[in-house]
Design a protein around this ligand. Structure first.
Ligand code: GLN
Length: 472
């Protein structure tokens, strides 16, 4: 009836309007897949109990001939994006019982576009991590090899798509949390230009870095979702209008940072696959150009100062008084301490401490101000490169999916995974990860991804080169 392995949004919509299937039938197929598969994967924290009711309501719109871009499309939602009336826990004990009192703007748009919400997906607590092992509810496993991580922090969303447990999924990306899991699970993942998608109703991690974006099987599906999600929003003062940037959509030249070759921790299988993919692009007529990304090696250090600084401030709201978990102490101060000690996991606490430290009056200039200067250097580097090339290519992650537990005791190793993704967040530019083939490791085929950066507002360029890579 429907083959969820190859199904796309366009195909599903055709089948629905031709009455080949009903929304309920499609929903049932996905619910069945979840039942069969998710026990061994744990992509979902919750599968909603009203999926079939939602399906029947959407079917009425199909029957009425409504033409909506996501009508009947079954999707999974990262657990840090608010859906009114449903729990949104950010995979934290702090918000275990927190029910959202409003819809995120992204959710309002998805609802208006006719989406069907299957459930909320597992993630690293408050989106802090790169493996989904920092969830307070246990890790997610990679559907391509269940001894390995799906990446993170949007690992549940990526695994739901890769495991055919959702047609598409929504994630958030502060330093690579959409793109790196996309690459580990063989999906397409987009981090839009900063401000293109409203952050209203997305739980803030690093407010100057966060963006909501799609995880899908094809670039075409990512484009459909992006077009639904984008738009200026009065509820998010950092959101921007359509005409803030005007960039031509054409891609002729692809910049390849020479500085990448001696990057610490770059796995040879990743480099080989990257070079092969570039060769293919050359064969398609693209011009490859060496570019110098001088400050690339400082991007990670700057990110791990700026992000925790913002984290430490954003996490202050979880105090046992206003939201979530409250552990009663003998006075208010003890209540704060007990609630936060109990509610937050190790990584969240580590970042709050780091952030508080770099913002403290004695160290502000040495760390936080320095990191902001590095941010400017990176922005300048990118601007110079984009004067010469239309997009810039890097591997998405320096390694294929790693084993569960392999990096949990060494946060710095875990942070190194973000080396290629963080520059896009620091500079606010859009970036996409698309599948670029596989690495055969221990008898398993592990997906790899190639990443492209475009200038602000250059999403169209990413779709056009992404399509060439996936052969769409
Ligand atoms: N892995 C990165 C981190 O831990 C990115 C997280 C994210 O994008 N939310 O900070």
């Amino acid at each position: 009836m429907i083959d969820t392995k190859t199904l796309t949004i366009t195909e599903l919509r055709k089948k629905l309007s031709a009455k080949e299937v009903t929304v309920r039938e499609v929903a049932e197929v996905y619910l069945e897949n979840i039942k069969k598969t998710d026990g061994g994967i744990h992509a979902y924290l919750e599968v909603f109990d009203d999926v079939l009711e939602q399906a029947d309501l959407l079917q009425k719109k199909v029957d009425a001939g409504e033409d909506l871009p996501l009508l009947g499309v079954p999707m999974a939602m990262k657990d840090n994006i608010l859906l009114k009336g449903r729990i949104a826990s950010a995979a934290s004990k702090m918000l275990e019982k927190y029910t959202a009192v409003y819809d995120a703007t992204a959710v309002v748009k998805l609802k208006e576009a006719g989406a069907l919400f299957l459930g909320r997906t597992n993630m690293d607590e408050f989106a802090m991590g790169g493996s989904t092992e920092n969830s307070a509810y246990g890790p997610t496993k990679n559907p391509c090899d269940t001894t390995r991580v799906p990446g993170g922090s949007s690992g549940g969303s990526a695994a739901s798509v890769a495991g055919d447990m959702a047609l598409v999924a929504i994630g958030s990306d502060t330093g690579g949390s959409i793109r790196q899991p996309a690459s580990f699970c063989g999906c397409v993942g987009l981090k839009p230009t900063y401000g293109r998608v409203s952050r209203y109703g997305l739980m803030a991690m690093g407010s100057s870095l966060d963006q909501i974006g799609p995880l899908t099987k094809t670039v075409a599906d990512t484009e459909v979702l992006y077009n639904v999600l984008k738009g200026q929003d009065p509820m998010d003062s950092t959101s921007i209008s359509e005409d803030t940037y005007s960039v031509s959509p054409e891609v002729k030249t692809v910049g390849v940072p020479i500085d990448l070759l001696d990057m610490e921790g770059l796995d040879p299988v990743v480099l080989e696959n990257f070079q092969e993919t570039l060769k293919k692009l050359e064969g398609e007529g693209y011009i490859l150009k060496d570019v110098s990304f001088k400050n690339l090696s400082y991007a990670l250090a700057a990110y791990y100062v700026i992000m925790p600084a913002e984290v430490s401030s954003n996490m202050a709201r979880f105090d046992g008084v206003k939201y979530g978990l409250r552990v009663e102490g003998k006075d208010l101060n003890e209540t704060y301490c007990l609630s936060r000690a109990e509610g937050f996991g190790k990584e969240v606490k580590r970042r709050i401490m780091l952030g508080t430290y770099v913002l403290s009056s004695g160290y502000y200039d040495a760390y936080y101000s320095k990191a902001l200067s590095v941010k400017t250097l990176i922005q300048n580097d990118l601007e110079k490169m984009f004067a010469d090339v239309d997009v810039i290519a890097t591997p998405t992650a320096p390694t294929p999916a790693f084993k569960l537990g392999e990096k949990t005791n060494d946060p710095l190793q875990m942070y190194l995974e973000d080396i290629f993704t963080v520059p896009a967040n620091i500079a606010g530019i859009p970036a996409i990860s698309v599948p670029s083939g596989f690495a055969s490791i221990e008898g398993k085929e592990l997906p790899l991804g190639i990443q492209f950066f475009a200038p602000h507002g250059g999403e169209e360029r990413l779709f056009s080169i992404g399509r060439i890579c996936t052969g769409e």
